[in-house]
Write a protein that binds this ligand. Structure first.
Ligand code: CA
Length: 189
């Protein structure tokens, strides 16, 4: 009698541990990123302008090929590739990334398998387009014709003169091949 009760207690304890372990795994997955831009209508982006064309590309809202919600960014680059600027979605138009470890986005790449070059710009214009070479290529590359999560490890981001990571206003992304790319769910972790 005592033995069977001990056995039940032990089983119960093991079950509880298994449930805690299970919920910890779920929490880690849920802990995902914080949104920087989702390209949705009326998402709070200052002035409603979620992106801008920086160099050698056209950008448009896309309503069919989306990763989440109703819209993504359709980026079409010409020969030698092109750069789009993705604006931070908030009424202030800035995000504090000084403690962020990663920037991530989802891309549907119809061109091939590509890494993406990132350039971070602050509200004062520091760090943006220029000849200083202060950029970071993504840690991984896209897979053709499927949504792929692209990541940049911010610990590897070069020190750009004057760049204030507490007031990031734009992420400039450069695709180096001519093609059509869909971008959605830009986040930081
Ligand atoms: Ca979206």
């Amino acid at each position: 009698m005592v033995q069977s009760m001990m056995k039940r207690l032990k089983t119960g304890a093991l079950l509880a541990i298994a449930m805690i372990a299970g919920s910890a795994v779920v929490d880690a997955e849920d802990a995902g990123g914080k949104l920087l831009q989702d390209f949705e209508p009326s998402n709070g982006t200052d002035g409603g302008t979620c992106f801008q064309q920086i160099w050698n590309c056209t950008g448009d809202f896309e309503m069919t090929q989306v990763h989440n919600g109703a819209q993504s960014l359709k980026l079409e680059t010409a020969q030698n590739g092109g750069t789009a600027g993705i604006r931070v979605m908030s009424t202030k138009g800035i995000a504090d990334l000084s403690k962020a470890k990663k920037i991530t986005l989802w891309v549907y790449d119809t061109q091939g398998e590509n890494t993406i070059e990132l350039r971070i710009k602050d509200a004062g214009g520091n760090g943006g387009t220029g000849p200083d070479g202060k950029t970071l290529w993504s840690a991984n590359k896209s897979k053709k014709n499927v949504w792929t999560k692209i990541e940049w490890d911010l610990q590897s981001y070069p020190a750009a003169q004057g760049l204030d990571l507490t007031q990031v206003s734009m992420l400039e992304v450069y695709e180096f091949n001519a093609g059509v790319y869909y971008i959605d769910d830009v986040e930081y972790e």
